[in-house]
Design a binder for this molecule. Sequence first.
Ligand SMILES: O=P(O)(O)OC[C@H]1O[C@](O)(CO)[C@@H](O)[C@@H]1O
Length: 922
Amino acid sequence: MASISGLGSSSSTFKPDKFTPKTPLSSLLARDSISIAFPNRSKFFERCCDRASIVPAQLVAREIPANLSNTNDGLPEKKKKGLEKDPRELWRRYLDWLYQHKELGLYLDVSRIGFTDEFVEEMEPKFQAALRAMKELDEGSIANPDEGRMVGHYWLRNPKLSPNSFLRLQIENTLEALCKFADDVVSGKIKPPTSPEGHFTQVLSVGIGGSALGPQFVAEALAPDNPPLKIRFIDNTDPAGIDHQIAQLGPELASTLVIVISKSGGTPETRNGLLEVQKAFREAGLDFAKQGVAITQENSLLDNTARIEGWLARFPMFDWVGGRTSVMSAVGLLSAALQGIDIKEILAGASLMDEANRTTMVRDNPAALLALSWYWASGGVGSKDMVVLPYKDSLLLFSRYLQQLVMESLGKEFDLDGNRVNQGLTVYGNKGSTDQHAYIQQLREGVHNFFVTFIEVLRDRPPGHDWELEPGVTCGDYLFGMLQGTRSALYANDRESITVTVQEVTSRSVGALIALYERAVGIYASLVNINAYHQPGVEAGKKAAGEVLALQKRVLAVLNEASCKEPIEPLTLNEVADRCHAPEDIEMIYKIIMHMAANDRALIAEGSCGSPRSIKVYIGECKVDEILFLLLALRAISISGSRDVWKDFPWICQQVTGTSSWAVLRYWSLIPSQPNVDFFRIIMGVIELNRRLRINLGIPAIRHCYALAKSSGRLGRYFLKAKGTDHHLITMLASSGKRVDDVMVNVRGNWEFGKGEDRPDPIPRRKGDPGNRLKKIFLSTDDVVLEEIKSALRYFGRSNVQKQGRAAHILLLYEPTYTTFSVADGIPIPSGDQHLSALLFPSFKSLRQIGLEDSDSGEDTEPVVEVIAEPTREVAEEAEEVDEAIRLAFEAAGLNQPSPSTSVRAEFSSGDIFYEFGRPTR
Ligand SMILES: O=P(O)(O)OC[C@H]1O[C@](O)(CO)[C@@H](O)[C@@H]1O
C-alpha cells in the first residue's frame, strides 16, 4: 500500500504517469512492481454490500422507476454495463483513470463512474469539438452569442491570455487598484470617517447570485479566524434578514465598509439592500458615501450613483465576465483581500488548473474528465442529479456555489441551434459527514436519481495540532473513514461517484477547484450544444415579479378609491379583481392583500383568511394631504432648483409616500425645464391615468382627479383646499417680467376651490384636462414602445413649452411610474432599478388592454401657456448644475438622447411654496 500513502503529498511517491491511458493497463500490471493479491471480492466490499446490493446492476436497473431508469438517460442501451465490482478490476480502473495535478496536489478519481471504453471512444470527436470551442473562447470569440459577448473569466487569472492589450491592462490595473485599496483599508490608511484614529472592522457585502455566492464561498473557505475585517452578507430582499445583519453590526456600522456588488447595477434585491443600508446609515447619523464601495459595470446605474454621490471607491465588473464566474474579479477578490486572504494564490491556483484544462487529451484534462463523467452519469440530458459532498466544514458553501454555476449555466430550454432541449444538471449538497445523518439513507437505498461528488481534503489540521482521541485514531480519521465508507457503500449499491481530492483548503486549492468546475461546465455545455453564459429564464422570473408589484399598485389604487367614499366601501376580492380589470388574477390579488394586511399597511381585511370569499377589504387611512403635499413639493423642486429644496425633497417624499424610500415621479428629470404649467400637466396626467385605468402609476394613494385650468389675470395663484378642513394653500407663480398667465389647479372630487380673501378674482370656470392629450393606444412590441420614448425625448430641451408638453405626454404613456432618488450635495441621483423597459412593462398589460381614446378635441381643453423666462446669472449657473444632474440621470437610465435643459426655468423660492404649511421639520 506504499503507493496509497504517497497520495497525501504533492511530491507523491505514487506515479500516475506510469499509468497513463496510452499504456495498456494489462502490460503495465505485468511489469509493474506493485503486486497486491486481490481476492475475488474484498472483505471490505463484502461488508459494504448487503445481499440485495450484490445483485447485478442490470437487475437493479429494473427496479428503477421508468422515468428515472437508465433506459431514459439518453445513453444507448448497448453502452450500459453494470458497474465494475471485481476488486482487482476496480483497482485497475482506479489506476487507469486517476488524474493527478502534481503542482496543485489535486486528484480526480472518476473510476466510480461506469463509463465504458466504447463510450469514451465515441465521445472523442465531441470532446475535440468542445475543446476547440473552449480554445476559441479563450481567444476572445463571442462565446455568448445571445448577448453578443466574449467570455473571459479565464483571462482574470492570466491576463496575458486576454485577446488584446486593452483588456489585459484593464484586468491588471483593476487588480492593482483593489490590492492597494485593500492594503490601505487594512493598514488603516483609509479610515472610517467618524473615527480618525480607528480602522474599518467590518465588511458588509450587498449582492445576490453570482455577486454574492463567490465571495461567500471564499470567505467561508479561507477567512482566517481573526481576519482584519470580518464580513457579513446581505444577499436577499428579506427585510428581517437585512435587519438582522444590520443589528448584528450594531455600533460597528460606523466602521463598516459596505461593498455593493451588481454587474448590471440594477438588480432589485441588491438595490433594496443598498437602500436599507443607506437608511440605517442615515438613522445612525453616518455618511454612507464615505463608507460605500461599488463593484459594477462602468456606467451602470449603480456606478453612476456611486460616482455622483462620491462613494469611497468604485471597481469595475467587466462586460465579458458573467456573474456566476466573477469570483476572481473584484467581486470576489476585494472582500477576500480585506479579510487577509491571499488572493494572488487564488489566482495562481486557478491559472494552473486552467492550463491543465487546456490539454486536448481527455484523460489528462481534469475538466474534460468531469464533463465526461457528468455526461455518462446523466445521459447527457441531466437525468441524474449531482450531489456534492465536501467532507470539510470550510467547504460547506461549495455545493451552493456550484449550484448556481452549474444550474444557471446548463439549465437551458433551447440549444444553440434553437431546438428545445430542456437541458440541465441538478446540483445539491451540504457537507459530509453531517449529511450521513440527513439524506445518505435515501442516497444509499432510495430513489436512484443522482450521482455523488465527494470532495476530500487530506490534511485534517495544520501540522502539529493533531492528537489521537483513541489509540491510533484522530478525529480527522473518523471524517476520512466516513467519506471512504460512504463512497464504498454507495458504489456497492450501484450509486456512482466522483472524488476530487486536495491536500488542504488553501487559497491555491480553492482557486483550482473553482477553475476546475468553471471549465467542466463550459466543456459540458459544448458537448450538449448550449449557451452556458446567458440566463434568459431568470429574466422571465424578474419580469413576472415586476408584474406582481404592478398589480399590487393597481389593487391599492382601487382600494384607495373605494375607501375614500363616504361611507367607506369595503370590497370583496371579486370586486377588487374586477375593478383592477384583472379577474384572472384574483388569486394573486388575494395573496397581495393578505401580505399587505399582515404588514401594517393600513389595509384592513375583514373576514376569515382561510375563506377568501368572506373577505372584505378597505384602506383605513386616507392620504389626501399627502398628495397635495407631493404636488407642492414637486413643484418646489421644479421651479426653484435650489439646493435647499433638493435636500428637503427626499424627506418630503418619504412623508408623502409613507414608505421608507425616497420617491419621486420619474418625470422629475423633465421638470426643471418646465417650471410652469407643463409640470402640472404631467402630474395631472399621471393622476388622470390612474383615474381612468384604475391603476396606480407613480404617486401612491392617488384617488382624485385634478384638472388644470388657467385664468387670464396677471398674477397666477394656485388654490387647493381640502373639503372639510380650513387649510388652503396659496402659492405664487413667478413673474417673468414678460407675460405670465394665471395658473390654477382646479380640484375635483373631495376637493373644492378655495374661498376667502386670498382667492383671485375671477376664478376661471373652464377646466382643462391634461389627460385629453393622451391618445396613444399601446402597441404590442417593446421596440415600438422604446421608439416612442425616444421620439418623446426629442422634444426635450425645446424652449417651446408646448413641445415639451408633448414630450411629457408621450412619456406619460410609457413610463408612468416613480423611481427612487437619493440626494448628494443637492443633486438628486436615481438609485433604483431605472431601466426604462423594466419600469415600463409591469404596467404595460393593463394600459394596452384598455387603451386611451383621442380626446384632444375636448372643448374644455385650454391651450398650453407659454412662459419664457430670462434667467438671471445666478439662476443660469444653478441651471447648469441641474442640467448636469439631469444629463447624468438620463445617462443612468441608458438614454442617449439630449437631456432637457433648464434654460426656461423661472425663478421661484421654496419659501413661497410652503407658505401655509411652513417648512417641514425633520
Ligand atoms: O450582478 P447582478 O447584475 O446584480 O446580478 C446578480 C445575479 O442575477 C442573475 O443575473 C440572475 O438573476 C445572475 O446571473 C447574477 O449572478
